[in-house]
Design a protein around this ligand. Structure first.
Ligand code: ZN
Length: 882
């Protein structure tokens, strides 16, 4: 294990590699505990590098078994080797071939980086620094090589052998029980996109013909027997490939495209060229085992990894600081895909909820960093909501700023000029500047400045002049390492709405015809003429910039937006704002309930809107009925948060809304009784979402009724969505019914690890003092394992991220539990440990007692010897003062 203090790597330290590696021939002899890797690489000095420099190859926990240069064994004095690296001291100043033999133990590899075994299947994960755990290499994204991989294994153990690129020669090795397959990838790529798979796998496949008429075989490989559950992923893959042709004119470029599902996986999925490896959670689905959100996630993740073939693989990153170049852009692309496949408004609201819950929280705490960080100690810790989700928001703003046509032309130019290269954020922006003729240097600040801008709005109506004025100011609070902030370029999509619902035609010189004002400085004033009645402004329509909005509007104005705005996002947002004010007021006031009247008004307005929306767009109606989460409320309060008070406010508000709307909600339930077979399509999923939100609110108002109704739904449910929704409602109502339901569920799905994850997750999220003991007990459940990241995330992650009252227990027991788990996983799987540890990132915002408890647990972790770089980086940043 690495025990050294990780060194800080800076963006400004970038220099090109001294050597290039044009081709790599790998011979991988798979064996459960002693896999031998023979790597023959054609190196040459890089003309852009330092002449005469040694060849310094990266390694990580490697064992060197042999080394030859141009066919001759390399004498011991000519190189230095350790598990962490291999240096050829004076390599030839001309092209040469280096043959390196290493040996690794895939079974012992619990870090799940490099080559490892998952349920008997050999697989790899090389992003970011995993290739160096297979062989010594120039393991950096700007060194691109053409790979040829020969894979050999026992035929009985691994009948399927898959690699990157196109399949070549394959066959048995007579008399040995072993066989081999050769794969050749003609597209030069960095080591992080390398992959091999070997195992006993079933598959579903179909032919795909690309836009230029080339035939491709697309396939999804899963554990034998689970093939029917891979059909939806295969269908999503086919739709993704077609969509990328239609929308971005991107065509697939190999003869085969393989997806493999494995059960032990640190992340969601990995876009290795032509051989995507997936966490099986994002592949396997059947109506009996997967929820509507599972189906939607599978569609999104399949699309995301496929889209990387162009944004990530054909055009890769020069260095890891440019991670957002591939991730932010690809998240934007998968969001657009999902929006085209589903309801755009509903999808947008979902994106923003995720952004606020995860990225805004990150931006407000000690782990805040720019979308393109300028330094890191452990790159694994930068696969964050900021790089991914905020990175996608920047691309979306760029599109709004430039308009459809220039954005499309810029993307085309980026594809054309950067294909085959390792690019930077500057290369990306240059493409758009070139086609639009615009200077994007101010806009580029979005990539380098961390923190969430706060936009404050003042409005003024002058009836005598029929003039309306909107003053906007923006300010970004300081974040670690960045005390001073500059103004950001904000595309403000806006319109005026009459409180009575009538249309308002107004003139504003500073508004583009498409209703967008581009705010470039810290202040802006918009004057509207010929405004005949006092309007309500609808600002940042569609969430046109990732900002926090401070509006000077009263509840009546916001409720008018809820009822009359033409922008569905702002209708939802208006209801959220009213609810948020009430919830924050309730959670921070010491006296009783001064907000009851406002809550009643909100509930009645929602009831009026529901009449139309529950028919027109049930998924949208379901979102209107969903209050801000406890995480969002805590974030809004910002300091000295008492999670118990937040929870009480949240419960009370749901109870009131459920009571006021009881008749409407019952009518919704009656009108949405399931009929016919389950289908995962968006319309059917929307009806189920609305039906289940109605159940949830009715149960909040009347737990006895909720218990009966949820129990009835659980018994009758023909699909996992309705079953799980009912179980979630029951889980919050203590008693025998709940315990019986939980026990029954575990019996029914005993052989289904992904379904049991839901069961673990629901129990870990129960907001009751007994939950921590329950979780302790569940860690010894036969289906639980600390070596499987999905299990750990389901049980421990749900406590840390989905159960604020129990994680933030006043006695500190929740923090101590998480710290124990982090320390336990620090050695075996540092990535998962570090990810769990980020749950502490809000520790400075809780009230002093809890804050002291959290700090003492963080310090306890920091004192530990042998901390992995992953964990030590997060704990140090979490504790740092600035
Ligand atoms: Zn990605």
């Amino acid at each position: 294990m690495r025990t050294d203090t990780p060194t800080v790597i800076g963006l400004d330290d970038y220099r090109p590699s001294d050597h290039l590696a044009d081709t790599i021939h790998l011979d991988i002899l798979l064996h459960p505990t002693a896999t031998r890797i023979v790597a023959e690489t054609a190196f040459r000095p890089n003309p852009a590098g330092r002449p005469g420099a040694p060849l310094v190859l990266d390694g990580d926990e490697l064992r060197l078994c042999g080394i030859e240069l141009d066919g001759q064994p390399l004498p011991a004095e000519a190189f230095e080797a350790s598990p962490q690296g291999l240096t050829v001291l004076a390599p030839p100043q001309r092209p040469f071939r280096l043959r390196v033999v290493t040996e690794v133990d895939p079974t012992a590899n619990t870090k799940l980086m490099g080559l490892y075994r998952s349920g008997g299947i050999y697989c790899t994960q090389c992003e970011a620094d995993g290739f160096r755990r297979i062989t010594y290499a120039l393991d950096r994204p700007d060194v691109l090589s053409v790979y040829t991989t020969r894979i050999e294994a026992d035929e009985s153990e691994a009948p399927t052998l898959l690699g990157n690129g196109n399949p070549g020669e394959a066959g048995a090795i007579p008399g040995t029980g072993r066989h081999f397959a050769i794969w050749h990838d003609p597209f030069p790529k960095p080591g992080y996109l390398f992959a091999v798979v070997g195992g006993r796998l079933g598959k579903v496949s179909k032919p795909f013909t690309t836009m230029s008429g080339r035939p491709v075989e697309i396939a999804v490989h899963v554990e034998p027997g689970k093939e029917p559950r891979a059909e939806y992923a295969l269908d999503a893959l086919e739709r993704s490939m077609r969509w990328d042709e239609e929308v971005f004119a991107r065509e697939y470029d190999l003869d085969v495209f393989n997806v493999v599902a494995v059960s032990d996986f640190n992340m969601g999925a990995m876009e290795n060229k032509g051989l995507n490896i997936f966490n099986d959670k994002y592949v396997l689905a059947s109506p009996e085992t997967a929820t509507d959100s599972d189906y939607a996630n599978i569609e999104a993740v399949i699309a995301h990894e496929y889209f990387h073939n162009w944004t990530g693989n054909r055009i890769t990153c020069r260095d890891w600081f440019q991670l957002c170049l591939k991730e932010g852009l690809t998240v934007f692309r998968d969001q657009e895909f999902s929006s085209d496949q589903r309801s755009r408004a509903v999808h947008r609201i979902g994106e923003v909820r995720t952004l606020r819950a995860r990225q805004f929280t990150e931006d407000a705490g000690p782990l805040a960093h720019p979308v393109r960080p300028n330094q890191f100690r452990e790159i694994n810790n930068f696969y964050t909501a900021t790089v991914y989700e905020k990175g996608a928001e920047i691309v979306r703003m760029l599109k709004t700023l430039l308009g459809e046509a220039d954005f499309a032309a810029g993307m085309t130019r980026f594809f054309e000029t950067c294909d085959g290269t390792a690019a930077t954020v500057e290369d990306f922006l240059d493409a758009f500047a070139a086609v639009s003729g615009r200077d994007l240097s101010d806009f580029a600040r979005w990539y380098v400045q961390s923190g969430t801008p706060v936009v404050t709005v003042r409005t003024e109506y002058d009836p005598a002049q029929a003039r309306y004025r909107i003053d906007l100011t923006q300010e970004t609070p300081p974040t670690p390492g960045q005390a001073e902030k500059g103004p950001l370029v904000l595309p403000v999509a806006l319109g005026l709405v009459s409180p009575t619902g009538a249309a308002i035609a107004a003139d504003c010189a500073d508004l583009r015809p498409d209703g967008v004002h581009v705010m470039a400085g810290s202040r802006a004033s918009l004057i509207f003429e010929n405004v005949r009645e006092r309007p309500v402004p609808s600002l940042f329509r569609g969430f046109s910039a990732p900002v926090k909005l401070r509006l000077d509007l009263g509840d009546d104005d916001l409720l008018a937006l809820l009822e009359h705005d033409s922008d569905p996002f702002n209708r939802w947002q208006a209801a959220q704002m009213v609810a948020m004010r009430l919830l924050v007021g309730q959670a921070t006031s010491e006296s009783g309930t001064p907000v009851e009247a406002s809550l009643l008004r909100l509930a009645l307005a929602l009831g009026r809107v529901l009449v139309v929306e529950s028919e027109r767009d049930p998924a949208f109606a379901a979102l209107l009925l969903s209050l801000p989460s406890e995480t969002e409320i805590a974030q809004e309060i910002g300091s000295d948060v008492d999670p118990d008070a937040v929870h009480r406010a949240w419960l009370a508000a749901r109870g009131t809304i459920g009571t006021v709307l009881a008749a409407d909600l019952a009518a919704i339930r009656a009108a949405t009784e399931p009929d016919g077979a389950y289908s995962p399509d968006a319309a059917s999923a929307g009806r189920r979402a609305l039906r289940n939100v109605a159940l949830d609110l009715l149960a909040s108002a009347d737990p006895a009724f909720g218990e009966r109704e949820a129990d009835r739904q659980l018994a009758a449910a023909g699909n996992m969505t309705d079953r799980l929704a009912a179980l979630a409602v029951l889980s919050r109502i203590p008693g025998d019914t709940r315990e019986r339901a939980l026990a029954r569920f575990a019996e029914d799905f005993a052989g289904e690890p992904l379904v049991l994850d839901k069961w673990f997750g629901i129990q870990a999220a129960i907001p009751e003092p007994g939950t921590l003991d329950r979780i302790h007990g569940l860690t010894s459940h036969p289906a639980f394992s600390f070596t499987n990241p999905n299990r750990v995330r389901a049980l421990v992650g749900s406590l840390a991220l989905a159960n604020p009252t129990q994680f933030h227990r006043a006695d500190g027991a929740g923090y101590a539990f998480l710290a124990d788990i982090v320390l336990m996983l620090n050695g075996s799987n540092p990535q998962v440990a570090a990810r769990l540890l980020t749950a502490f990132s809000t520790w400075r915002t809780v009230e002093p007692g809890r804050r002291a408890n959290a700090e003492s647990q963080l310090k306890r972790i920091a004192r530990e010897q042998n901390l992995s770089p992953d964990v030590s980086d997060i704990v140090a940043r979490s504790l740092s003062e600035a």
